[in-house]
Write a protein of this length. Structure first.
Length: 196
């Protein structure tokens, strides 16, 4: 059992000991945190292999743990974890935007959702920091190449949004004035009808 625990430590499952509710649960039931995490991921893996809720499970793996760790990073005074999680979300967003196109190309691959789940874990795991690798090798060079064009598009979009917000405000004010005028006209018409 000692060698097994050592192996789980090498996998980085001991990192989950930092999650207070999980540690408290572990102490309550008398099972090591690494064993609980391994059991949980094993059950998820079985569900994904059987394609029972694969999309949901893969999405949860790619979102829930990273979202919680991002919350922890924002609340800490350390900045390196902020950079790690911000980089993860940039890469995750990139995959999310192109997910449908990638699925058309890669959808025939068996157990695609297992590959996605493993990719997400590789991206956010503190030992591998795969998101950093993808960002540095793919996304950053791409964004730097088109930064000027992207800035112009972003500026136009911001101007368009500001214009739409102003038009919405004007429409709301006009609608309010119109409603008031209609109410006054209706009240006046009712008064004149009663007097006739």
């Amino acid at each position: 059992m000692e060698k097994f625990d050592e192996y789980l430590g090498k996998l980085g499952l001991n990192e989950f000991e930092k999650i207070k509710p999980l540690k408290e649960f572990s102490q309550k039931i008398g099972v090591k945190v690494a064993h609980i995490v391994l059991a949980f991921f094993s059950i998820l893996l079985i569900f994904v292999v059987l394609e029972f809720g694969s999309f949901l499970i893969t999405s949860l793996v790619g979102f829930v743990y990273p979202a919680y760790m991002s919350f922890k990073a924002v609340e800490s005074t350390e900045t390196s974890d902020d950079t790690q999680w911000l980089t993860y979300w940039v890469v995750y967003s990139f995959f999310t935007v192109f997910n449908d196109m990638l699925f058309i190309v890669l959808g025939f691959i068996p157990f695609l959702y297992i590959i996605k789940a493993v990719l997400y874990v590789w991206m956010f795991h503190p030992r591998t920091k795969g998101a950093q690798v993808i960002y540095e090798k793919v996304i950053k060079p791409l964004l730097l190449k088109y930064e000027g064009k992207l800035d112009r598009v972003t500026n136009r979009a911001e101007e368009g949004m500001a214009f739409l917000a102003e038009q919405g405000k004007n429409a709301r004010e006009f609608g309010g004035d119109l409603a008031k005028k209609t109410a006054v006209d209706t009240a006046f018409a009712n008064l004149t009808n009663k007097q006739s």
